[in-house]
Design a protein around this ligand. Structure first.
Ligand code: PLP
Length: 423
């Protein structure tokens, strides 16, 4: 389709948008009395209007039933989290039994390392991407040290090539090949938080498994954003947060995937708690741990229902819409945003900024600002464009398909143009 950088054209695209009605299902903040253009669904998704009802339900049950709510509320709390597994499994391409919701992302990565990072004298190295999200770096370094190893030796990073802004799959594969039987684990952010790149998870997983390593994915920026087929790709594990594209609220619960070949095992290394034991015998309070037959075996505590409730609300929306429809809109709106950016750049002198996100991408475009930098970012924020700043000179734009409109993209372009002229 040939795009046009006009309000009429943007409104025409909105008219054709099958997800259009979902925009009204979210609360938008306001700046100067006007609804913002929200580009930070990759950081914190907007609040769905229906979420309040899900939280209120729990509050009301707690008020009226107190402890009885565990078993006698309409959605009993003791297995409340189980309702999330089936819809969430569809979002990440897993079997229902391979998915569970618990804790928060970094906590879950640590817990999954207990199972999937079992260094030996020979096989102890971990492959990750250079400049992985800092929490992942700290997690990996501390895990390696916990095993008495030196992060300098045990952590191997795949680097971008000189002068390039993205990682090449062939460089990841070459490192895997090089490390061979020293490689214990591959753990990479499936969608990079900084440049928005989507890694070729299928190929990398296959290569990692071929040399005998475990392969896991941090999908903080992947869940609810791109098509995932965790089961078919044969990944060992994955974890993600729910507050970005999954719109479940600040710091909210994390999802985990554990491949079915690791389920239903009593002897697997794992940190355990009472919510991982079989439901049937849990309240017999026996000393023996009998694992749940699914990913819930990794659960430790009884679920924090008040934080799981917003995730359930969000998943109801993902169920209604489906990932295919979200991805269709995502591809179109991101292409339109890219077009608008190029149009504005061309109207100026063609050197104002550069998109550093490669072709393999999801919702996010990362834009390196030449020249104006921080003052231009400040101008955008003051004028109702919510984006974020990443050093040294990058703004990230993620038009979440659930609630961003094509008109937003057009209007953003006009504000950006004004900003470049003004500063
Ligand atoms: C790629 C990635 N990994 C890990 C984290 C840490 O998440 P949490 O604070 O929920 O542990 C984030 C948070 O934004 C992230 O983007």
């Amino acid at each position: 389709m040939k795009f046009e950088n006009t309000l009429e054209f943007a409104q025409k695209l909105d008219g054709e948008d099958k997800l259009r009605s979902y925009r009204d299902e979210f609360y938008f903040p306001k700046v100067n009395g006007k609804q913002v253009i929200y580009f930070t669904g990759n950081s914190l998704g907007l609040q769905p209007k229906r979420t309040q009802k899900f939280v209120d339900e729990v509050m009301t049950d707690w008020k009226n039933l107190a402890v009885e709510g565990h078993f006698h509320s309409e959605k009993p709390w003791w297995d409340y989290h189980e309702q999330l597994a089936a819809p969430l499994a569809k979002v990440v391409g897993a079997k229902t039994e391979e998915v569970s919701v618990m804790n928060t992302l970094t906590v879950n990565l640590h817990l999954l390392m207990v199972t999937f990072y079992r260094p030996t004298t020979k096989r102890y190295k971990i492959l990750c991407e250079e400049k992985a999200f800092p929490s992942d770096q700290y997690m990996l370094q501390s895990q390696v040290r916990h095993h008495g190893l030196d992060p300098e030796d045990a952590l191997v990073e795949v680097k971008k090539r000189e002068g390039e802004n993205f990682w090449r799959t062939e460089d990841v594969l070459q490192k895997i090949e090089e490390l061979g039987d020293e490689l214990a684990l591959v753990l990479i952010g499936g969608v990079n938080y900084y440049n928005g790149q989507v890694f070729d998870m299928e190929t990398i997983t296959k290569a990692g498994k071929a040399v005998g390593a475990n392969v896991g994915w941090d999908l903080a920026h992947g869940a609810g954003n791109i098509e995932l087929k965790l089961h078919d790709w044969d990944a060992d594990f994955a974890a993600w947060c729910s507050y970005k594209y999954m719109n479940s609220g600040p710091g909210n619960a994390s999802g985990v995937f554990i491949h079915e070949r690791h389920l239903n095992k009593k002897d697997i290394p794992r940190f355990e708690g009472w919510w991982g034991t079989k439901k049937e015998t849990r309240f017999l309070m026996k000393p023996e741990f009998e694992p749940m037959p699914n990913a819930d075996a990794w659960q430790l505590s009884n679920p924090p229902v008040l934080s799981v409730a917003p995730y359930l609300a969000s998943l109801e929306m993902f169920e209604e819409v489906g990932m295919d429809a979200l991805i269709n809109k995502r591809d179109r709106i991101v292409a339109y945003l890219e077009f608008v950016l190029h149009e504005i750049d061309a109207e100026m002198d063609g050197t104002t900024f550069e998109i550093i996100t490669p072709e393999d991408r999801g919702t996010q475009l990362s834009v390196f600002l030449h020249g104006q930098g921080k003052p231009l970012f400040d101008y955008l924020m003051e004028n109702g464009v919510i984006t974020d700043w990443r050093e040294p000179n990058v703004i990230r734009l993620a038009p979440a398909p659930f609630y961003c409109s094509y008109e937003d993209m057009y209007r953003f372009g006009q504000i950006l143009k004004e900003g470049i002229k003004t500063i």
